[in-house]
Design a binder for this molecule. Structure first.
Ligand SMILES: Nc1nc2c(ncn2[C@@H]2O[C@H](COP(=O)(O)OP(=O)(O)OP(=O)(O)O)[C@@H](O)[C@H]2O)c(=O)[nH]1
Ligand SMILES: [Mg+2]
Length: 282
């Protein structure tokens, strides 16, 4: 059985994951944070045990230079197992959650669902670095900006979120290296994460973090498969209908079904010809 609480933080590069984790651990600079030009600062999985709890920091999945490393790091964190408290850290642009954030959430949740985990109500979303204007509309932002949360009837959505929280942009940590958020914010974030049940994951669990390109290819292949299935079902139905009509024709007097009939001969050249319909044999 999995033991121990394990906080795993996932989000875009620069969203504030490392700052947040160091704050939660109460240790300045435990997870390196700061400005990073061109690529994410955290470049691989970093895990630390503090007061018996495991904390995992991952690189931004949407960093094109580190996409694979980031996907591996997230999969690696999950593989460590434990009672995983999954925390997504998002930032907002012009009042909307960035699409890259939304893709990341879906990729990680899909990977967990695929190996049989029920993630409903078992993860947290933090909207970080919110400006005062964004904070003023945070209710709407939180409830409206993640389409994934509105894809089906309430209660039946496999992606249902546990809790969400808007965190104001703190000028005290703005682009400063290894700074921590103020204690009152730490308590608020802790409270939210604690209130969300964990996902119990066995150590060694392997998840597949597909790239966006792979997901696209899979979707195209799925469409192609279902298209072929539709076509083949239609063909079977046409064949069956035709045979039924032929049988009915034979029963009601074979004379009219003679191959000497030009109309019948034309019909026999259709795609169902291979069924050997008796109509062509006088
Ligand atoms: N203004 C403000 N800046 C913040 C806040 N949190 C983090 N920052 C700053 O944002 C920058 C990036 O923070 P990090 O914690 O390194 O972000 P990250 O998500 O770990 O970034 P990567 O490791 O590059 O993926 C740092 O310079 C922080 O000082 C916040 O709440 N407000
Ligand atoms: Mg980081």
């Amino acid at each position: 059985m999995p033991v121990g609480e394990h906080i795993v933080v996932v989000g875009d590069p620069g969203a504030g994951k490392s700052t947040l984790l160091s704050t939660l651990c109460g240790r300045t600079g435990l997870f390196k944070s700061g400005i990073s030009v061109g690529r994410g600062l955290t470049d691989r999985l970093r895990s630390e045990v503090v007061d018996g709890r495991l904390y995992s920091d991952t690189p931004g999945l949407n960093d094109p230079l580190m996409e694979q490393a980031a996907a591996d790091a997230i999969a690696g964190a999950i593989q460590l197992g434990g009672n995983i408290k999954l925390v997504f850290v998002l930032t907002v642009e012009s009042g909307r959650a960035r699409q890259s954030n939304l893709d990341t959430i879906q990729r990680v949740l899909d990977a967990l669902i695929e190996v049989g985990h029920d993630v409903r109500g078992r993860y947290t979303i933090l909207f970080n670095k919110m400006t005062p204007d964004e904070m003023a509309i945070s209710d709407v932002l939180l409830s409206e900006s993640i389409p994934l949360l509105h894809t089906s009837e309430p209660g039946s959505n496999p992606y249902e979120v546990g809790k969400m929280l808007a965190i104001p942009r703190m000028s005290s940590v703005a682009d400063v290296q290894d700074k921590m958020l103020p204690p009152e914010l730490r308590r608020e974030v802790e409270g939210v994460i604690e209130g969300v049940p964990a996902i119990p994951i066995l150590k060694g669990t392997v998840v597949c973090m597909d790239s966006l390109e792979q997901r696209h290819e899979q979707a195209v292949r799925k469409l192609e498969r279902s298209h072929h299935e539709d076509l083949s079902q239609q063909k079977q139905k046409i064949d069956a209908d035709h045979e039924a009509r032929l049988a009915a024709g034979v029963r009601s007097g074979g004379g009219r079904t003679s191959s000497s009939s030009p109309r019948r001969r034309r019909k026999s050249q259709g795609p169902w010809q291979s069924t050997g319909g008796g109509v062509c044999h006088s």
